[in-house]
Design a protein around this ligand. Structure first.
Ligand SMILES: [Zn+2]
Ligand SMILES: [Zn+2]
Ligand SMILES: [Zn+2]
Length: 239
């Protein structure tokens, strides 16, 4: 189900869909003005990444990352904003090569896995789309497109969040009226997974396994309860 969920631009606060946001970010006047204000002595290349959930493109992020950052920095960011539940393994897959959070010695075919210490400038190129997986059991699969590249002044932050989708609203499966606040993974197949506060009190039981509704492709999976660091609703610099 494509809901075409919008998100806000960090610089001007305007809302666009995930498919249009990339074009907006390269044309945004507020962003251009901010880039013009940057100064310094060192220059640095920046990749713009569009990151989205493989099975529902309404979960999306735009980030700008220094080309000197490592894959591990992107992995840490993805864990912080969308994924971390209990320290599972993760991997980027670029062409035939896998870059893993804990590269194991044994492999079945092709190239042996590498570590995530590789810098982005050694593995990425504008235009490529790569795969990412978190947790090799209950896997959350993401796609990462290198949507742009620019050279600018060196910034302290390796990674800047430019935009993310607004939180999708899931209506309660019981009353169909109020937004759900909890999800019960065991009832998802019966279409009774999402419950609002009132209905949880009414029909929920203490034995139910419940997780928070949150703005993440990992909602309802394993023990994922949402991010402690990033609010579900992205706050732009300018409203
Ligand atoms: Zn903008
Ligand atoms: Zn877990
Ligand atoms: Zn309800």
């Amino acid at each position: 189900m494509e809901q075409k969920i919008k998100g806000k631009c960090k610089y001007c606060g305007k809302e666009y869909t995930g498919s249009y946001m990339g074009r907006h970010l390269s044309a945004c006047k507020a962003r251009q003005a901010r880039i013009m204000e940057e100064k310094g002595s060192k220059r640095c290349g920046y990749f713009e990444l569009k990151i989205y959930f493989k099975y529902n493109k309404d979960y999306w992020l735009f980030v700008e990352v220094s080309e000197n950052a490592a894959l591990r920095d992107v992995d840490n960011f993805l864990r912080d904003i969308w994924l971390e539940c209990c320290g599972h393994l993760s991997a980027f897959r670029i062409g035939e090569i896998s870059y893993e959070s804990m590269p194991a010695g044994n492999f079945f075919w092709g190239e042996p896995p590498r570590s995530m210490n590789h810098k982005l400038k050694t593995v990425l190129e504008k235009g490529m789309t790569i795969d990412y997986e978190y947790d090799f059991g209950s896997t959350t699969e993401l796609k990462i497109t290198v949507s742009d590249y620019r050279i600018g002044y060196y910034k302290k932050e390796k990674l800047t969040l430019l935009s993310r989708n607004n939180p999708p609203v899931f209506l309660c499966d019981n009353c169909g009226k109020k937004p759900a606040v909890i999800v019960r993974p065991e009832y998802m197949w019966d279409d009774m997974g999402f419950l609002c506060e009132d209905c949880e009190k009414e029909i929920g039981s203490e034995d139910d396994f419940v997780l928070n509704v949150c703005n993440s492709p990992r909602m309802g999976v394993c023990g994922y309860e949402g991010s402690d660091i990033y609010p579900d609703q992205f706050e732009p610099d300018q409203q």
